[in-house]
Structure formats: C-alpha cells, structure tokens
Design a protein around this ligand. Structure first.
Ligand SMILES: *Cc1c(COP(=O)(O)O)cnc(C)c1O
Length: 424
C-alpha cells in the first residue's frame, strides 16, 4: 500500500473481538491469565499476548504497527513523548564509556539531552562542526555506538544527506539513528536511505492537532548486530535482567525494539496512554492531506516574506538558491517543509515587535499543529545555549521560526503583513 493508504489502514482491519472499525481504546492496566501456566508462558515470551500495559497494549500496538508500516520498518515502540523516544534509542545503543556522534543542528531539548544529560550517565555525545558526512566521520572512534541526525533540522531547516551519513556509519560498524519528526514518513522514509533506527515526536505533524504528546522508536530490522557483536553484546549475549534472554535470538530482525521494550520501557515506564494512542491514530489518518496544504501554504508564505522589504532574510529550503535545495529534491521529493525561519529587518527588537503583534499565528514552542505557530527560539527552545551554540543550530537573536498551518492562505498572509507593519 502507498503511505497515504497506510496512514488510514496500517496495522488495523477491524477489532477482532467486536468487529469495531474504529480502533478501540483498550483502557486497561492489565490482562487476565487463563492459568498459572499461561501467565508463566506470557512472561517467558513463549506465547503472544498482553500482560500489563507498561509493556504492551492493543490500542498502542495499532499505532506502533501503523508507524512501522509508514516508515517501512519491522517494529516500533510507542512511548510517552518524543524525548523519551530519543532517550531510549540512545541508551539502547550506548552505555557508560561509549559515545554518539551527532550533527549539530538539533531540536533544543535533544541538544540538552545530548550535551548535558547523557554525559551524566557516562555517554558522551560528540557534535560535528556541520552536517557534512566527513565532519561526522572524523569524530567516530572505537567507542562510538551511533551516528545521529534529524532528517530536517529544527529550526535550522538543514536537510541531512541520509545516504552519505548511513554510508559513514556503516563503514564504521555503527547504526544511523534519524529523528524524522519534521519531515514525516510522508516526505521521506529514512530507512530507504540506510537509517537503522528512526525516532519521532508524534506530537508534531503525525498527531497534527497539538493535542497529544507521544513519541515512537522505529526499527529498520537490518543492522547486523551479530556481525558487530563486540560493540553490541547487549543484543547477542544473554540479558541477566531478563532471565538470560538473547534479543537477537528471540526477536530476530526486531531485536532493537525487543530490547528497547523489555529493558527500557519495562523498567523506566514512560508509557503512552491508550487514549493518547487513539488520538494520535486519528491524527495520522489525515497526515498526508494535511501536509499537502501545509507545504503549499509554506511555499506561498516563503515567497511573500522574501519579496517583502521589511524582512531581512528567509531561510526556506524550497528556494533554488538555498544550499539544501538539491537535498530537498533528492530526499523530500522537492517538497520543502513548512517550518522556516526568517529575520525581520531592524534586529531583535523589531523581531520582538513583530512577534508580539501576531494575531492568527500562536506564540508558542510547538510545531506541526494544523494551526499556524510562531516561536522565538533564542528566548525559548534554544535559551540554554551559548550564542555560539545558537548560531551553529541556526538561531540568531532575532530569528523567528514559523510552522505554517492549514488555514486559508489569505488569512495567514494578512496576519504576517499586519505584524510586519507593527514591527516597522
Ligand atoms: C518536538 C520534537 C522532539 C521532542 O518531542 P516531544 O514529543 O515534545 O517530547 C524531538 N525532536 C524534534 C525534531 C521535535 O520537533
């Protein structure tokens, strides 16, 4: 099936118990065992079934199967937020004394996780000077356990060269982990370009309505853990925390997600509620049509801003003179994302006046809502960074980041126009 169809039908035909055609919300913490022997078989993973909703839930499973299908993956694990997805994915690969090599253009909280939190657990994250594959490769050593990038960096708007980054990672015996939140699998499937693990904040375009936090870790099922067993013994050696289970043996191609669920989700428990899984599934049904409108509106907004003398500069990868334009053609089917940044003429004070004058655009730190949103990264999402770190992340003091919604384009442009007038 095509992705537009998978978004509606992936992972679900109808409810096996009732024939309900909407995904039922299985609002339950636990599941009954037929007998002691049945309970034991479930705990030994010998039979299929549910035990406790921290480990698995039928509503959440539809979401997992649907996103796995959208990404062309073998398995997925849904969790409480995008940040949890990133945290679990990192810990599932890198333990104390190891490192991860990352591009520098990152979502603000991911940067904080990598720069400040993982190091406290003994996992160093090395930030490359740029997203150039050669800069990444320079930082890889024998303790590296993953290469990390965002398909489309937030808020820098850079597009990563996934084929080249995957080649660098694989040449060095480590997986490529990609945050595909901003692009979504509708624009690109990183697994088709060599990614081994994909993570998402479902809170953004996939959920699409700004109502529900959620995250997901997706497993391509292709990384040869056994071939690199000295680096990744956690997948090929018996796990004492799970009565000697060997993840590669038990889960086969889905060893990465099997371990993520059995080790991190089971013991750390950042669970997505079944109700939230349902709401996210509702959102995913329309992601492809929403994106069409988001992207078309964004193109009109970018052209409007670029032509306006009150605007200093516009960073939109859909312009042919943007350095990432060729990668937009190669990876995103020529469709640049609806996230863009720009500078209002007159510096940070004019930027602040513009921001305060917005009426339709909401002032907040979300993206990918159906509504138009605006954010001032330097004072919010990227506040914890030094000015130099902000520059590398694509954030200037007056930078405004917008996520263009699906309202009528005339109303969007009118709001930007009146706010620019107020700034000038
Ligand atoms: C929002 C976001 C996250 C974090 O997701 P939450 O669901 O808010 O925890 C991670 N990566 C990117 C690219 C994001 O936009």
């Amino acid at each position: 099936m095509k992705r537009e169809t998978i978004a509606l039908h992936g992972g679900f035909d109808c409810d096996p118990a009732t024939k309900a055609v909407a995904v039922p919300i299985y609002q339950t913490a636990a599941y009954a065992f037929d007998s002691a022997a049945h309970g034991a078989a479930l705990f030994d993973l010998e039979v299929e079934g549910y035990r406790y909703s921290r480990i698995g839930n039928p509503t959440t499973k539809v979401l997992e199967d649907r996103v796995a299908a959208l990404e062309g993956a073998v398995a997925a694990l849904a969790v409480s937020s995008g940040q949890t997805a990133l945290y679990y994915a990192a810990l599932n690969l890198a333990e104390g004394g190891r490192n991860i090599v990352s591009v520098p253009q990152l979502y603000g909280t991911t940067y904080t996780l990598f720069a400040h939190i993982l190091p406290r657990l003994g996992v160093q994250v090395r930030f490359a000077k740029s997203d150039a594959p050669a800069e990444i490769e320079r930082l890889i050593d024998q303790d590296t356990r993953a290469v990390f990038c965002e398909t489309v960096g937030n808020p820098a708007g850079n597009v990563c060269d996934l084929d080249a980054l995957a080649a660098v990672a694989h040449r060095n015996g480590v997986p490529l982990v990609v945050d595909n939140t901003v692009a979504t699998p509708i624009l690109v499937r990183p697994i088709e370009h060599g990614a081994d693990v994909v993570v998402h904040s479902l809170t953004k375009f996939l959920g699409g309505h700004g109502t529900t936090l959620g995250g997901i870790v997706v497993d391509a099922g292709r990384f040869p853990w056994r071939e690199h067993r000295s680096r990744f013994p956690m997948f090929t050696e018996p796990d004492a925390s799970y009565h000697g289970l060997v993840y590669c043996e038990h889960y086969g191609a889905a060893a990465f997600i099997g371990r993520c669920r059995s080790v991190y989700q089971r013991t750390m428990g950042a669970v997505l509620s079944p109700m939230n899984a349902f709401l996210l599934l509702q959102g995913i049904e329309t992601v492809a049509v929403r994106l069409d409108r988001h992207l078309e509106n964004a193109r009109r907004v970018a052209e409007f801003l670029r032509a306006d003398p009150r605007v200093e500069s516009v960073n939109y990868a859909g312009f042919p003179d943007n350095p990432y334009y060729p990668l937009v053609q190669k990876y995103l089917g020529g469709r640049a994302c609806s996230l863009m940044t720009f500078e209002v003429r007159g510096g940070s004070q004019a930027g602040a006046r513009f921001y305060d004058a917005l009426r339709l655009f909401k002032r907040l730190v979300n993206l990918g809502d159906a509504k138009s949103l605006a954010c001032h990264p330097a004072s919010t999402t990227h506040r914890q960074m030094t000015p130099e770190e902000q520059r590398t992340a694509g954030v200037g003091p007056g930078t405004i980041r917008i996520s263009v919604g699906i309202e009528h384009i005339d109303d969007i442009l009118a709001d930007l126009d009146q706010a620019l007038a107020a700034a000038a």
